[in-house]
Write a protein that binds this ligand. Structure first.
Ligand code: HEC
Length: 163
């Protein structure tokens, strides 16, 4: 009898992205940095809500606590986002809302000490992750044993010398 194991593995592999936990550092932090931190930072936090650190975010703002881990309907932050009020005039996309929703439902795990808004590239400016700020990667050129390299032939050997 053929083993069903490979098929099972394949199914698990396909389903994994759907059930995987939201990754705060890679998914939620960039979203907050791009869409919220311009106004909710530690300098002049709008509504007295600073979303750049775990401590300040969970401390809440003018209205009190805004994130209740695991309880979406009790999270004022979600209420404002779901009502398309935050960010003002530029509501989040459905995918972005789903990410925040899943994150709160999964317990609003916050893995970074402080979100550095400049760590992420936004639609308005580059962050440290911008391609041109990354260190140069070592590139392995493709082998070219049989390829002919076009060569430049100068009619006079010294044609280009200045002397
Ligand atoms: C352009 C500036 C701006 C952006 C961007 C912005 N907000 Fe706000 N936010 C405000 C202002 C102003 C207030 C205070 C007035 C109010 O409550 O409507 C506020 C208030 C809030 C409050 C209520 C705080 C309290 O305790 O009363 C929450 C929650 C909130 N914002 C969440 C968010 C989230 C989440 C994002 C990103 C998805 C976001 N905001 C993006 C300007 C902004």
């Amino acid at each position: 009898m053929k083993s069903a194991f490979p098929v099972l593995l394949l199914i698990l592999w396909m389903v994994k992205p759907l059930v995987a936990d939201v990754d705060f550092a890679n998914d939620v932090a960039p979203l907050l940095a791009e869409k919220c931190l311009d106004c909710h930072n530690d300098r002049e936090p709008k509504g007295a809500l600073d979303l750049s650190t775990k401590k300040s975010a969970f401390a809440g703002g003018d209205s009190g606590v805004v994130i209740t881990p695991g309880k979406l309907q009790e999270s004022y932050l979600w209420e404002r986002v779901a009502a398309n009020e935050m960010p003002p005039k530029h509501p989040l996309s459905d995918a972005e809302k789903q990410l925040l929703q899943k994150w709160i439902e999964e317990g609003a795990k916050w893995s970074l000490e402080k979100i550095d808004p400049f760590a992420f590239t936004t639609s308005a400016r580059a962050g440290y992750d911008w391609w041109s700020l990354k260190p140069l990667a070592k590139v392995q050129p493709p082998g070219c044993s049989r390829a002919k390299t076009p060569s430049m032939h100068l009619s006079e050997p010294n044609e280009m010398s200045t002397g």
